[in-house]
Design a protein around this ligand. Structure first.
Ligand SMILES: Nc1ncnc2c1ncn2[C@@H]1O[C@H](COP(=O)(O)OP(=O)(O)OP(=O)(O)O)[C@@H](O)[C@H]1O
Ligand SMILES: [Mg+2]
Length: 163
C-alpha cells in the first residue's frame, strides 16, 4: 500500500510541474506519440489525481481508437493500438498479489505491449522494477492543477532500460 506521498517541493508547486487538465492531456498525448513497446508505465497518486485522465491522453496519442474507460471492476482493459496492444490496469480493488495471476499478469508483462498501470503499489513485489514511474499529486489550494512527476526509469531488462 502507498505510504505518505512525498512532500511537495515549493518550487515544483509554483513551477511548470503544476499542470492544468488541458496541459496534462497535451503532455500525455505527446508522451503517447513518442513511446514504443514494450513499455511498462505506472501511474501513482491519490483518488482523483488524474491517472485515468492521463491514461486516456496517452492512449489517444498512441493511436488507440476506442474510448478509454476506467477498468474499475474488471481491473484490466485491453485495446488494439496502432503500434501494439495496450493494457490498462487499475489495481485499486485488487484483493492481493495472488489475484494478479487470474488477470493474466505474466502474459501481460511478457507481451510486446504498452502497459499502463494505476495503483501499481497494490502489485507489491510482483511489479517489475523495470518501468517508467509517473506520479500525480493534488496541489493544496488549487483544485484545477496537479503536480506531474515523470521519469526516473528504473531497472534494466525486458523493457529495455539502462539504469
Ligand atoms: N489538472 C488536472 N489534471 C487532471 N485532472 C484534473 C485536473 N484538474 C481537475 N481534474 C479533474 O480531476 C478528475 C481526475 O479523475 P481521474 O479519474 O483521472 O483520477 P484517477 O487518478 O484516475 O482516480 P482513481 O484513483 O479513482 O482512479 C477528473 O474529474 C478531472 O476532470
Ligand atoms: Mg483512475
Amino acid at each position: 500500500m502507498a505510504g505518505h506521498p512525498p512532500p511537495i517541493p515549493p518550487l515544483a508547486a509554483r513551477g511548470h510541474l503544476a499542470v492544468t487538465e488541458e496541459e496534462l492531456t497535451a503532455w500525455g498525448e505527446r508522451f503517447g506519440r513518442a513511446v514504443r513497446p514494450p513499455l511498462l508505465v505506472t501511474l501513482s497518486g491519490d483518488l482523483g489525481a488524474g491517472k485515468t485522465t492521463l491514461v486516456r491522453a496517452i492512449c489517444r496519442g498512441y493511436g488507440v481508437p476506442n474510448d478509454v474507460t476506467s477498468p474499475t471492476f474488471t481491473l484490466v482493459h485491453e485495446y488494439a493500438g496502432v503500434r501494439s496492444v495496450v493494457y490498462h490496469l487499475d489495481l485499486y480493488r485488487l484483493r492481493g498479489p495472488e489475484e494478479l495471476a487470474n488477470l493474466g499478469w505474466e502474459d501481460i508483462l511478457d507481451a510486446e505491449a504498452l502497459v499502463l498501470i494505476e495503483w501499481p503499489e497494490h502489485a507489491g513485489v510482483l511489479l517489475p522494477l523495470d518501468h517508467v514511474p509517473i506520479l500525480l499529486q493534488h496541489l493544496p489550494g488549487d483544485p484545477t492543477r496537479r503536480l506531474l512527476y515523470a521519469g526516473g526509469h528504473v531497472g534494466e531488462g525486458k523493457f529495455g532500460g539502462h539504469a
